[in-house]
Design a protein around this ligand. Structure first.
Ligand code: NAP
Length: 467
């Protein structure tokens, strides 16, 4: 047996993920030592409650409530507590005491990532977070390392399993949102307070992490446009299916060419850059390019690979200039699945610790501005209820045209019968597919339609992605 150098591993948190990480670390210790070139000794597990039930059988003597003392003696600190504080303080303490850190904490990284990366840079430590964006799916290393020589054009991610589970069941079973959400809560796919998932907060944190890596730019969480899925109903799902689409909550991270919106897009967005991310310095190369990072329910063609992501699975579809299209697919959550990604990070951290030298840092020098949602261009599907009378279609078409929104398809169905005595022609439903339009133009035009007198109700406005 090889006499490896011993590395002390401290674990903060023994919940769904942490308890699995501890169990696998203990079970496969010898194998991991051969891969890492170091013996990984789990020296302690910090928790809040020593008597709380655990999902795996772990030696009681490893548990402590004194996280700070545990961190002081560690070479590698794994943070699986979640939340911002005290996770942030503990990780800064770990970095400053010479440890490499491993975390799956997307909320912390999306809000305090630059602070942690800067602290690590200063002491030559490394921050690993493969599990933070898509659970077990390897996507952080592919973006940070494998694609470092390429230029990512766009990422479209299904990065929240709860919302994908809900939308998928609405699509495949014709169920209503509230019923599926209740089921998801009962089955443990959704929290009792589902806000972080169904309102898109969780996906927005992951989008900020993915965009930062893909575009070598610090993307502050408040620069991510976010919409959830609570307004999606059965009628919208049916209408999408009828038109050959499926509705998915997508995290879209996109590089916008300088010519898309001219210097104005970058100019207007620069406030977001200078206020919230690192300042431009002499090494920055302003290119006129900008990026957009957004989370919303969108229509994608049933032929698109992301349409085949069912249940609580996640997938990240990456479009790169040289590599072309790549899709990363699998379990975006789950204790043991996520533990796989965490342990991969632990092995990487151990290898670097043994090899010595400064680790690979985050590259943020592209420093691209993040444009507001109003500058984004995409296609739309607008569903309206209108008076079923002669000339209404022409009026709607005129308003769209005046607003700079070009119509690609229109489908009209009668949904309410009229009253011959009162000359009430009833209600018709118009489903309008547009060509590419600017979000601000589209939104202004929809406001004008709503106020036009011929539109009874704007039923929905959905973006079409992946075309
Ligand atoms: P969890 O089940 O809620 O477990 C949290 C653990 O942290 C518990 O053991 C808790 O101790 C401990 N803890 C919390 N606050 C603490 C404090 N102040 N001091 C010491 N210990 C503390 O969380 P989880 O689901 O494992 O998630 C952990 C992290 O992984 C989160 O950042 C999450 O976003 C991320 N993540 C989770 C998944 C997943 O599928 N669950 C997937 C990807 C990423 P007690 O047990 O004593 O209460």
């Amino acid at each position: 047996m090889i006499d490896y150098r011993r590395l002390r591993v401290a674990l903060l948190g023994a919940g769904a993920v942490g308890s699995q990480v501890a169990a696998l670390l203990l079970k496969h210790g010898d194998e991991l030592a051969d891969r890492a070139g170091a013996s990984l000794e789990l020296v302690g597990i910090a928790v809040r409650d020593l008597d709380a039930p655990r999902e795996t059988d772990l030696p009681r003597e490893l548990f402590t409530t004194d996280a700070e003392t545990l961190i002081m003696g560690a070479d590698i600190v794994i943070e699986l507590m979640g939340g911002i504080e005290p996770a942030r303080q503990y990780l800064l303490q770990a970095i400053n005491s010479g440890a490499d850190i491993v975390t799956a904490n997307k909320a912390l990284l999306a809000t305090h990532g630059p602070e942690l990366f800067d602290a690590a840079d200063q002491v030559g430590a490394q921050v690993y977070y493969e599990a933070a964006a898509a659970g077990a799916i390897p996507i952080i290393r592919p973006l940070r390392d494998s694609l470092a020589g390429d230029r990512v054009r766009r990422i479209m991610g299904i990065v929240n399993g709860t919302t994908n589970y809900i939308l998928d069941r609405m699509d495949t079973e014709g169920a209503e949102f509230a019923d599926v959400l209740a089921d998801a809560q009962r089955l443990g796919y959704a929290e009792s307070d589902p806000t972080a998932d169904v309102e898109g907060y969780d996906a927005a944190q992951k989008a900020a992490i993915l965009a930062s890596l893909a575009f070598h730019t610090t993307v502050p969480l408040d620069a991510v446009h976010r919409e959830g899925i609570t307004s999606i109903d059965k009628a919208m799902i049916d209408s999408a299916r009828h038109a050959g689409y499926v509705i998915k909550l997508l995290a879209v991270c996109e590089r916008l060419a300088a010519t898309t919106d001219g210097a104005d897009a970058a100019g207007e967005a620069s406030a977001s850059r200078s206020a919230a991310s690192r300042p431009l310095d002499d090494r920055s190369r302003p290119s006129g390019e900008a990026i957009s990072v957004r989370v919303y329910p969108a229509l994608i063609s049933r032929d698109h690979p992301l349409a085949s992501v069912h249940g609580a699975n996640n997938a990240v579809f990456v479009e790169a200039e040289a590599a072309g299209n790549l899709m990363f697919y699998g379990a975006g959550a789950g204790g043991v699945q996520t533990a796989s990604a965490v342990l991969g990070d632990v092995v990487s951290a151990a290898r670097r610790h043994i090899a010595g030298g400064v680790g690979v840092g985050e590259s943020t020098l592209a420093n691209l501005p993040v444009v507001p949602i109003g500058h984004v261009t995409t296609r739309y599907q607008i569903t309206l209820e209108v008076d079923d009378q002669t000339g209404v279609l022409a009026t709607v078409a005129g308003i769209l045209s005046d607003g700079g929104v070009s119509v690609a398809t229109v489908e009209q169905t009668v949904v309410g019968s009229g009253d011959h005595d009162t000359e009430d022609g009833g209600v018709a439903r118009l489903v309008i597919g547009t060509h590419t339009a600017r979000e601000q133009d589209l939104s202004d035009t929809v406001d004008r339609l709503a106020a036009s007198g011929v539109v009874e109700r704007v039923v929905s406005v959905l973006r079409v992605e992946g075309e």
